[in-house]
Ligand binder design. Structure first.
Ligand code: HAM
Length: 426
């Protein structure tokens, strides 16, 4: 026997029992995105490596060590499986001049790829839904995107997802802060570990995230970005906070919230839960007013978020009444000479009338067929035995809830089925 093959580590199969929940999650999220005026866009899973290097930033974890990149020898191109959607979405907007006639609200969904160490809630292939608003400079759309999420969580049946917010200012303000921060880190270089020393010049803000207690000590004394923010940045953030307050959306300001991608300015935010262990961020986003220009386009402001579908679906799973049962309406059994053809055409007629019908296949005793009918979760069993065949009838048995077994004329089944089903579900 040859050795069986397995899925790639950190890349998941979603089996039929879980797909019901995934599809109901997707249906709710997609309807919600459209309701808020966002229009669907789809970008390729593969892009030029340079796109992500430029958009996400050379010194980020994603670009430094998490991208699935390779050289396509056939075309002599450097390619990467997308680790996120914002870069591709902006690339597409520039390439197709999507904002030439005014601002746009867009959404996308699909798999993203990051070569991270897999653990609960952290995968190498994971799904995101993302929303991006292009061409809106004001704080109102930052607030819109945040309030939108606040309204989604209850629709998904989720509680206890809290909002963390920060204002990271403009590139110039960050540069001034950064210069002072580097000075501070240099003055305490003796206490820094190798990782912090390496990052100190490339990405000093990330040094502040260090888990090393000695480095944390240095970080605690470091100058705060908040002290470097000018009037315009402060006013923008005030505008966001005002609309959140008007909408009754609570938040905490987290001055340490810097996000793992370099394209952000002004508003950044994360939605976090304690119910998932270490991987508790279910959604993250913010403003990225410099990204269009950085990718070769005209200056167009941007703001958006992306949510991690695996994490949200895992939260929904903890609330089992929200899990929709994927039940067929009927399971059709048959036993005896000539019954298969009749049962087969009844199933066909019901499906054409819009019902979900599973046809028993593979023979077996009446008892074993009934067991399969029950296991299918169907509301009703339709039985065509030799008796029914002779009389031109079908027996209908409710498998869930109440109701006696009844017999109805075969020709009436399609017409009366909807009413019988409704009674069975009541
Ligand atoms: P991000 O914070 O890198 O942002 O990812 C967004 C969300 O995707 C995270 O909050 C998390 O729920 C989920 N996620 C990220 N990595 C993994 C993983 N390895 N396994 C499972 N879930 C994961 C972005 O991707 C930005 N493009 C968001 C954005 C859009 N900013 C502006 N517009």
């Amino acid at each position: 026997m040859s050795k069986s093959l397995q899925a790639i580590r950190g890349m998941n199969d979603v089996l039929p029992d879980d797909m019901a929940l995934w599809r109901s999650f997707s249906a709710i999220v997609e309807a919600w995105l459209e309701r808020w005026g966002y229009r669907a866009i789809r970008m390729p899973l593969v892009e030029n490596t340079a796109l992500f290097r430029r958009a996400i930033g050379e010194a980020t974890d994603i670009v430094e060590k998490e991208m699935y990149s390779w050289r396509d020898e056939l075309n002599a191109e450097e390619l990467t499986l997308r680790p996120e959607g914002t870069a591709s979405c902006v690339r597409a907007a520039i390439e197709h001049s999507l904002v030439y006639d005014g601002p746009k609200r867009l959404w996308y969904g699909g798999p993203m790829y990051r070569h991270e160490r897999p653990q609960k809630g952290r995968y190498r292939e994971f799904y995101q839904y993302g929303a991006e608003a292009f061409g809106f400079p004001g704080p109102d759309v930052d607030a819109e995107l945040i309030v939108m999420c606040a309204r989604l969580w209850p629709e998904l049946g989720l509680k206890g997802i809290r909002l963390e917010l920060n204002n990271i200012g403009s590139a110039e303000e960050r540069a001034r802060h950064r210069a002072d921060l580097v000075k501070h880190l240099e003055a305490h270089e003796g206490k820094l570990d190798a990782d912090a020393k390496r990052r100190m010049h490339a990405n000093p803000l990330r040094v502040l995230d260090s888990k090393n207690p000695l480095v944390q000590e240095v970080a605690a004394q470091a100058p705060l970005l908040a002290g470097y923010l000018g009037e315009a940045s402060l006013a923008h953030f005030e505008g966001v906070k005002k609309l959140l307050a008007a909408s009754g959306v609570e938040f905490t300001i987290n001055p340490r919230l810097v996000r793992g991608l370099d394209y952000y300015n002004l508003t950044v935010f994360e939605w976090v839960t304690d119910a998932l262990g270490a991987q508790g961020t279910v959604c993250g986003g913010g403003r990225y007013d410099g990204l269009f220009e950085q990718l070769g386009g005209k200056a167009v402001p941007g703001v958006g978020f992306a949510m991690g579908c695996e994490r949200l679906v895992a939260l929904m799973k903890e609330n089992p009444d929200r899990i929709p049962a994927a039940r067929p309406d009927a399971y059709v059994l048959h036993q005896g000479e000539g019954t298969l053809e009749v049962a087969f055409t009844i199933a066909d007629a019901l499906r054409r009338a819009g019902h979900a019908v599973v046809m028993h296949a593979g023979g077996g005793s009446f008892k074993s067929q009934m067991k399969k009918a029950d296991a299918s979760g169907a509301w009703l069993a339709l039985i065509v035995g030799e008796d029914e065949l002779r009389a031109g009838d079908v027996s209908v048995k409710a498998l869930r809830g109440g109701g006696d077994q009844q017999r109805i004329g075969r020709v009436r089944v399609a017409g009366e089925f909807a009413a019988i089903l409704e009674k069975a579900k009541a």
